[in-house]
Design a protein around this ligand. Structure first.
Ligand code: ATP
Length: 489
């Protein structure tokens, strides 16, 4: 690319606080995401994926599924039911302790997770390099989280450290209270307690309870993994930030079963693989991804890291990688009375496998992708909005555009569109000026515009316009399919 060609595109300054507003509006206008039941004023934290949104989401899920199952000989997938025997949730600890410690600000009337307030405070001290304060607060946090009355201890700690809400700077706190996040419903005709079932708050338990079914039917030997994509439900108290925190969302989880004592090695391998997936498969900018090591571990974990993404509203979790020990299988063994042990055929050893879990939220990844891709720039001085999505995730792979509808160009473009449609999601558009049509495609992230012009009819060639550089090249009509395929690997 020559310098003069590079200069065609100039990036424009985009303040981060404006991005979310622009994204929400683009998402609705172009059919990525709509508020749920909008004609009835919607429902808090519920959203519908529109035509382009459902394609993009499907691409994310396919990329995850392929990289986690098809590319690993020792990982298989399942699709478990959302409702399960309620004893599952007693065994997993969700009935008794899937609670969030909530705290309210009396002045701003905003509600926060008390643990998040403290963790954000710790991150701030770490960034500022205040080592002494950091050590004191971390130690106090561990003690507070493990205290018999942890609500009281968290509250006292927030007050003693003078922790304020980062978004408002206010800190007029109420006491800390616990909220259980599981949705309950009644199965059958009679609404008594015997018929209470829960909407699963995570997909993981569907995997644990199927440990032996999968192992036996697929003849898996430890180490092996089970992967699943599915809906999960949480009655989240703190809402907001569009699809970042929803009450109904999709998880992409994989539980990897290993021999006790080998979990640290497996954990490191998965940590590396999962982090790389974001850049290599989804094309997310490396510099916007961060690691966060948990200081306070969940009751089941012996090591936990989050992959976080720099959203316009802050650095937040998109995936958790947890070393879950044998907690879940042990609990299910105890509550179900069924032996969950694995017998090593070679050595005759019996043990409860340890589990390394990778748990990503599809909707959060969707938002991260949009936020990472959203750009405003100017092509030859004309401003445009571009979603710089990688071709692999972009919902529409190419647009076929006749320069003019008449003179045979419309028919030739329609024919090319039909041929490409067998392999790719492509759009045909002949409405408006060619410049306008390019802009429409830029805005939804279509990586290539293929134009059929006068020369095309004479020489059997087309022009391919690249979304990001706005540069064009002419290729043979017979090579278009091959060209697109080469860009999607
Ligand atoms: P958070 O601390 O943000 O509530 P979490 O630690 O409770 O998240 P996990 O239980 O580890 O989350 O779930 C794994 C993944 O599922 C998260 O990394 C996130 O991507 C996704 N997820 C969890 N809760 C939600 C939600 N309410 N809406 C959308 N995605 C979610």
């Amino acid at each position: 690319m020559s310098n003069s060609e590079q200069k065609r595109v100039q990036s424009l300054n985009l303040p981060p606080d404006k991005v979310m507003h622009k994204l929400v509006s683009l998402a609705k206008r172009r059919g990525f995401i709509f508020p749920s039941s909008e004609i009835y004023e919607g429902l808090s934290s519920c959203f519908d994926y529109g035509p382009l949104g459902s394609e993009l989401k499907r691409n994310i899920k396919d990329l995850w599924w392929n990289s986690m199952t098809r590319r690993h000989h020792n990982i298989v997938g399942i699709d478990a039911s959302i409702m399960m025997n309620p004893r599952v949730w007693e065994a997993s600890g969700h009935v008794s302790s899937f609670n969030d410690p909530m705290i309210d600000d009396k002045t701003t009337k905003r509600r926060y997770r008390a643990d998040h307030l403290i963790e954000n405070h710790i991150e701030k001290l770490r960034r500022e390099g205040k080592e002494e304060d950091l050590l004191r607060v971390q130690t106090a946090y561990e003690a507070a989280a493990g205290a018999t009355d942890s609500n009281r201890a968290l509250y006292e700690m927030i007050m003693a450290e003078g922790i304020k809400a980062q978004d408002t700077g206010s800190g007029d706190w109420t006491e800390v209270r616990q909220f259980n996040l599981m949705f309950q419903c009644n199965m059958g005709a009679v609404a008594d307690t015997s018929s209470i079932v829960y909407l699963r708050p995570e997909t993981a338990q569907g995997i644990f309870v199927n440990f032996h079914n999968v192992r036996e039917s697929s003849r898996m030997k430890v180490p092996f993994g089970i992967a699943q994509i599915g809906k999960a439900f949480r009655n989240e108290i703190v809402k907001g930030n569009f699809i970042f925190r929803m009450v109904e969302f999709e998880q992409m989880e994989m539980q990897f079963f290993v021999k006790p004592g080998t979990q640290a090695e497996a954990f490191e391998a998965w940590r590396e693989e999962r982090f790389n997936w974001y850049t290599s498969s989804l094309g997310i900018s490396r510099e916007k991804l961060h690691w966060y090591r948990h200081d306070k571990l969940a009751h089941y974990a012996d090591l936990a890291y989050d992959i976080k993404f720099e959203f316009p509203f802050g650095i937040e979790e998109i995936e958790g990688i947890h070393s879950r020990t044998d907690f879940d299988l042990k609990q299910h063994q105890e509550f179900s009375g069924k032996n969950m042990e694995y017998i090593d055929q070679l050595t005759n050893e019996r043990y409860l496998p340890y589990v390394v879990e990778t748990s990503a939220g599809c909707d959060r990844l969707f938002l991260a992708l949009l936020a990472d891709a959203y750009t405003e720039d100017a092509v030859d001085g004309e401003e445009r909005v571009v979603l710089r999505l990688s071709p692999k995730v972009a919902p529409v792979k190419a647009a076929v555009l006749p320069l003019m509808k008449k003179g045979g160009m419309g028919e030739a473009a329609a024919k090319l569109h039909d041929e490409l449609s067998t392999d790719f999601l492509v759009q045909y558009d002949d409405a408006g000026s060619i410049g306008k049509r390019y802009r429409r495609q830029d805005e939804i992230g279509t990586p290539f515009c293929i134009t059929v012009d006068h020369q095309s009819l004479e020489e059997h060639t087309v022009t391919v316009r690249y979304r990001d550089s706005a540069l064009q090249e002419r290729i043979d009509l017979s090579r278009v399919k091959e060209f697109l395929a080469s860009k999607l690997v």
